[in-house]
Design a protein around this ligand. Structure first.
Ligand SMILES: Nc1ncnc2c1ncn2[C@@H]1O[C@H](COP(=O)(O)OP(=O)(O)O)[C@@H](O)[C@H]1O
Ligand SMILES: [Mg+2]
Length: 235
């Protein structure tokens, strides 16, 4: 049996930009899936806005589906290739039974895509543009919390900074709470103020990212830091 997570406890405050960092297999995606109620923990409790979400049936999770939206690593697999951008972006609204109105045009503009993008299909865009589409889609129902699982890891290094800046700007403008997962501490540092460091299913260190960057207290964090000389100059 694999224990993907053990004894994990964390609190994300309203308006906080909270990063989760750790190497591949450390349990980051599992933790996110639990936070988003896409999976059930074998034990423990998860609360959103004070309300217990663990074990709620899907029909009682509507408020969460509305308030919390996710951007995944690879937009090529998270976006249905047979749907036009217009429908992809509108889909979360339609699923929640809300009117679409002029929202697609508004969202495309917000993520820096031309209005004409609405009529095209995902394969007609670059990786960075596809992640912009995924971000527009996530923002459609006006969520309070944006969750991102390695959102720039599948992108060319040259466009990572642009997408990170876009996310940071949108989180700022819209007053969102951000939960952001990456295996790269320098990427997390670019968009988050707080970080939890995960190793082998456990959180080994939590705190202000600037403090941890300068003075990591756990040996695993020190090892992670030594492994990330890469992106600093490019971001
Ligand atoms: N559905 C699953 N069944 C069995 N093991 C899994 C499953 N999902 C993840 N794992 C295991 O749980 C651990 C954590 O995985 P994951 O949360 O995907 O890590 P990360 O996102 O940090 O790379 C890994 O050892 C992985 O192999
Ligand atoms: Mg993962």
């Amino acid at each position: 049996m694999v224990h993907a997570l053990r004894g994990v406890s964390l609190t994300v405050h309203k308006g906080e930009r909270f990063g989760i960092v750790g190497e591949s297999g450390s349990g980051k995606s599992t933790l996110l899936r639990l936070l988003c109620a896409l999976d059930k923990p074998t034990a423990g409790s998860i609360r959103f806005d004070g309300q217990e979400i663990t074990g709620l049936p899907e029909r009682r999770l509507r408020f969460l589906r509305h308030s919390l939206q996710i951007v995944f690593q690879d937009p090529m697999s998270s976006l249905n290739p047979r749907m036009r951008v217009r429908d992809l972006v509108a889909e979360p609204l339609v699923a929640l039974g809300e009117s679409v109105g002029g929202r697609v045009a508004e969202l495309l503009d917000a993520v820096g895509l031309p209005a004409a993008a609405a009529d095209r299909y995902p394969h007609q865009f670059s990786g960075g543009q596809r992640q912009r589409i995924a971000i527009a889609r996530a923002l459609a129902p006006r969520p309070k919390v944006l969750v991102a699982d390695e959102p720039v890891s599948a992108l060319d290094v040259s466009v990572r900074g642009q997408i990170l800046n876009l996310m940071a700007d949108l989180v700022d403008e819209l007053g969102l709470t951000l939960v952001f997962v990456s295996h790269d501490l320098s990427v997390v540092r670019h968009v988050c103020e707080t970080v939890a460091v995960m190793n082998d299913g456990e959180i080994v260190e939590t705190g202000a990212i600037d403090d941890i960057w300068i003075e990591p207290s756990h040996p695993y964090t020190r090892a992670l830091l030594q492994a990330v000389p890469t992106l600093e100059g490019l971001l």
